[in-house]
Design a binder for this molecule. Structure first.
Ligand code: HEC
Length: 161
């Protein structure tokens, strides 16, 4: 009987020691785990904050963005036509020297130009814009406007006096 009691109290003591040991072990593991994860958690928090700030900015951004350059560029191109002198740079290939029988743009061609001018200024404009014989329409540069061609003809008549 006394042997059984001894055994019981030995068991009780062992049992208590084991419970204590397991409790200490559990607490130790919890402390270690929270120490190990605290750095990772801080990084995750930081990233989450960044991402949510970014996505808010994206969601409230305006749908189309306008910059001054995209609006102003085409207007600037259309607003500045070439002067007669600037256009003549491409006419001079024939009209400087009389290539292909072109009337020469200098005093030497004055008589030729006077004869042509007798047809009327509008006819000269028309032939310069639409071409005649070896004279190509717009001197071969279709990107020039009618007004730019007319300015070039005025410039040629001025120089051929
Ligand atoms: C490839 C050569 C060539 C180029 C480039 C050229 N011309 Fe001529 N041009 C001629 C020839 C050739 C004639 C004469 C045509 C004829 O009367 O048979 C002529 C004639 C003219 C005449 C007189 C038309 C008439 O009715 O008598 C005008 C104005 C004229 N050119 C303007 C221009 C202008 C402006 C340019 C540039 C934008 C230009 N030409 C570029 C060859 C050229």
């Amino acid at each position: 009987m006394s042997e059984t009691q001894m055994n019981d109290s030995t068991f009780s003591r062992l049992f208590i020691i084991m419970i204590l040991a397991m409790t200490i072990l559990t607490i130790t593991i919890m402390v270690l785990a929270s120490l190990a994860s605290s750095g990772v958690n801080a990084k995750l928090d930081e990233r989450y904050e960044q991402e949510s700030t970014q996505s808010i900015a994206q969601r409230i951004a305006p749908v189309g963005t306008f910059s001054a350059e995209t609006v102003a560029a085409p207007v600037a191109v259309a607003a500045v036509p070439l002067t007669g002198e600037e256009v003549y740079v491409s006419c001079g290939a024939c009209h400087d020297s009389g290539t292909l029988g072109a009337p020469i743009v200098s005093a030497a061609g004055a008589a030729d130009w006077n004869t042509r001018l007798a047809q009327g200024l509008d006819t000269l404009y028309n032939h310069a814009i639409n071409g005649i014989n070896n004279m190509p329409a717009k001197g071969g540069n279709a990107s020039l406007s009618d007004d730019e061609i007319k300015a070039a003809v005025d410039y040629m008549l001025e120089r051929a006096k």
